[in-house]
Ligand binder design. Structure first.
Ligand code: ASP
Length: 374
């Protein structure tokens, strides 16, 4: 028989774990400002109408076996089939699928970007559409999201979503990411937040987000952190946006039919100036020089870049470091050369913004202001 003095701690422990279990059964998240109600309450009172546009990528991918998490064929599963594989979605929104492309996102080009943007814009104008979700490859999701963030003229939510593993893989992430994306697009709290990217339980702004790892599901990062989380069916925001987007910008997708060519030249030790000459010859209107450090330009690269500028090709100093701003007139006399610097945009994002900026002006000073604004 147990001694009563020994029984007391045992009873206390049992009571404590019973209390914890009861707590778990009623697990609740603190209400956050602007947060949506949990699925099954307000969301069901009036389900949002969401169009899911399929463009391909790993979220539409399939592997030969369940252990193929990183080797598989992308862009093979039609968007309607992807939607049908996540029946939980129909509990939170009325969704309709639309296949616009079936490609790996590395195959996006300006024409496809414009076609996608125009279609999204068209749908957003329909009163019976509350939001858009775009399934997309993760490689260039950040470029598409930044482009849409700058050019759509609506405050309705637009969410770009992808996955790092195909649906056939063990630990596939696409189903939950898609479910979360629909929740975010359905949430009134997502209105006016520009184009968002949702993966791995996080909501990022299309302006800042970038892919940082080739295979991990935790690959998308924003230098200042995500805007929010999606947890237990709830859209929770913690930050607001500082830079103008969508309705606040001077770029309108409905008025853009072509984008000027902007080349990115990547710097490294022993970089070959021929890359700059090739960009000029191919008709680039601007070169984003993905320079080392704070936009540093090797001594033998200065003349080729100055020569490009003299031919009317804008030169933008960017950084290949992955974060931070490029300081004007620091590493190079930008005023003297009529060069431009990025703010904190990565070279691939600076390419998008420069292409849009060049639809407005070819004055380096005005272009500089645009780079600093968005
Ligand atoms: N290469 C694929 C794509 O971007 C990778 C992915 O979706 O994760 O389409």
């Amino acid at each position: 028989m147990q001694h009563p003095a020994k029984l007391k701690p045992l009873v206390t422990a049992l009571l404590l774990s019973a209390t914890l279990l009861a707590g778990a059964a009623h697990a609740q998240l603190a209400p956050a400002p602007g947060a949506t109600a949990p699925a099954g309450t307000t969301a069901e009172a009036r389900k949002a109408n969401i169009v899911i546009i399929g463009t391909g990528g790993t979220i539409a991918g399939a592997g030969a076996s369940a252990t193929n998490t990183a080797a598989y064929q992308s862009a093979v599963v039609p968007v309607d089939k992807i939607i049908a594989s996540v029946p939980e979605i129909s509990k939170v929104a009325n969704v309709k699928g639309e296949q616009i492309f079936q490609i790996g996102s590395e195959s996006f080009n300006n024409e496809r970007l414009i076609k996608l943007g125009k279609r999204v814009s068209e749908l957003l104008k329909q009163p019976d559409v509350d939001g858009i979700v775009i399934t997309h490859g993760t490689d260039t999701i950040e470029e598409t999201a930044y482009f849409l963030n700058l050019t759509l003229k609506s405050d309705k939510p637009v969410v770009v979503v992808g996955s790092m593993r195909p649906g056939t893989a063990l630990g596939a992430d696409g189903a939950l990411n898609l479910y979360d994306a629909v929740l975010v697009a359905s949430s009134p709290a997502s209105k006016g937040k520009g184009t968002l990217v949702v993966l791995n339980d996080e909501i990022h702004t299309g302006r800042d987000v970038t892919k940082t790892n080739t295979f991990k599901t935790e690959t998308f990062r924003s230098p200042f952190g995500p805007l929010g989380y999606v947890v237990e069916g709830r859209t929770l925001y913690y930050r607001t946006l500082a830079r103008p987007h969508t309705v606040q910008t001077e770029f309108d997708i409905d008025k853009i039919d072509k984008l000027p060519e902007v080349a990115v030249v990547y710097a490294y030790g022993n970089v070959n100036p021929a890359a700059v000459d090739a960009a000029v010859k191919s008709g680039a209107k601007a070169i984003v020089y993905a320079a080392t450090g704070n936009g540093s330009v090797g001594e033998y690269m200065v003349e080729p870049l100055k020569a490009a500028q003299a031919k009317g090709v804008q030169v933008v100093r960017a950084s290949r470091t992955g974060a931070g701003i490029v300081v004007r007139n620091a590493e190079q006399p930008d005023d003297k050369y009529n060069w431009i610097v990025t703010d904190d945009q990565l070279p691939q994002k600076a390419r998008i913004l420069m292409a849009l900026a060049l639809t407005k002006t070819s004055d380096p000073k005005a272009l500089q202001q645009i780079l600093w604004k968005y």
